[in-house]
Design a protein around this ligand. Structure first.
Ligand SMILES: CC(C)(COP(=O)(O)OP(=O)(O)OC[C@H]1O[C@@H](n2cnc3c(N)ncnc32)[C@H](O)[C@@H]1OP(=O)(O)O)[C@@H](O)C(=O)NCCC(=O)NCCS
Length: 288
């Protein structure tokens, strides 16, 4: 299990990873690709979204999601959850045994006590038709974004995605976030972070960044330690170009370069983590 005093909640037996998955989509040999002991001793709770009696668990996932994404007007419609998330992919995260959860917390989050387990986070991941075995990280959300500081479970968002990637043996993962969203600090640590689109007018929000990572759990401890990544400078060199997330013109300029095959461009996770959101970031190219 991961050792870090700020992650003490991981030792709580009443908190377990969950996998909300229909039986046909169950991963055959979970956790067999990446060598990682962070989730040892924490067997997941399995819940089948196609069973009527499990609807209260699904309702609570949706409720957390709606509270977290409501302010940005991106709450997921129920049918999207069913058609585009649960049917082709699965949802993972951490859940608290309801009987052992502080009722004040449930009240703060407006969650019911109908189900044995209460979700605390959600990470939705969907396989793509790419021949390289690429998955899409469709949604990530943790109750930390809804709680006062003193009630948060440090690392819950990061570990929810880490668990899902490890559990499903994900080699390549793409995903999206909006420039300026704190989530970029987490997303950039799962593997070398390549920018796929810097400006995305087909999305509801053109200022969406889409990215691809080749999953590398060796980078994950550095998200918590904030130490520089050992091999980053061996693999990447500064391109001399930067991106300014606050300026549409900068995003469009980079997007044009990507379309003209002048990439690939990568971000330096440690720079993303330590700089303020919205500060200009250096663009890196792989060393030949
Ligand atoms: C983004 C989100 C998933 C992060 O999960 P989380 O549980 O809050 O974050 P974790 O506890 O795993 O990680 C904490 C670290 O992440 C970074 N971080 C998280 N939120 C941050 C914020 N608002 N501002 C700056 N850094 C932040 C920091 O590095 C922090 O560590 P630190 O306290 O030592 O500085 C969560 O805030 C969330 O659900 N947001 C609303 C929905 C959303 O925008 N999802 C992302 C869609 S792409």
């Amino acid at each position: 299990m991961i050792e870090n005093p700020r992650l003490h909640w991981m030792k709580d037996e009443n908190i377990r990873p969950y996998v909300f998955v229909r039986s046909e989509n169950r991963i055959q040999q979970p956790g067999s690709l990446h060598a990682l002991d962070w989730f040892e001793g924490k067997p997941p709770v399995y819940i089948n979204p196609l069973e009527m009696d499990q609807v209260s668990f699904g309702n609570q996932i949706l409720q957390i999601e709606a509270q977290a994404f409501g302010p940005s007007n991106m709450a997921m419609p129920r049918w999207v959850f069913f058609d585009c998330a649960v049917t082709p992919g699965f949802v993972a995260g951490f859940a608290h045994r309801t009987s052992a959860m502080d009722p004040k917390l449930r009240k703060m989050l407006n969650l019911s006590d109908e189900h044995e387990w209460t979700p605390m986070s959600l990470f939705i991941i969907i396989p793509t038709m790419s021949l390289e075995g690429e998955w899409v990280a469709h949604n990530l959300c943790s109750i930390n974004s809804l709680l006062p500081k003193e009630n948060r479970y440090y690392g819950l968002g990061f570990l929810s995605k880490a668990f899902g990637l490890w559990y499903a043996n994900v080699n390549i993962c793409c995903g999206f976030t909006q420039w300026g969203n704190a989530a970029i600090k987490l997303h950039s640590y799962y593997g070398p972070f390549q920018i796929l689109t810097a400006y995305t007018p087909l999305h509801s929000y053109a200022r969406t960044l889409s990215y691809r990572v080749k999953v590398n759990p060796k980078m994950w401890p550095n998200f918590f330690s904030k130490d520089p990544l050992e091999n980053f400078e061996d693999q990447f060199q500064a391109s001399g170009q930067t991106i300014d997330p606050g300026q549409d013109s900068s995003l469009i300029d980079l997007q044009r370069k990507l379309e003209m095959a002048k990439g690939p461009f990568f971000l330096n996770p440690q720079e993303v983590l330590t700089k303020d959101l919205g500060e200009a970031l250096n663009l890196y190219k792989p060393k030949v």
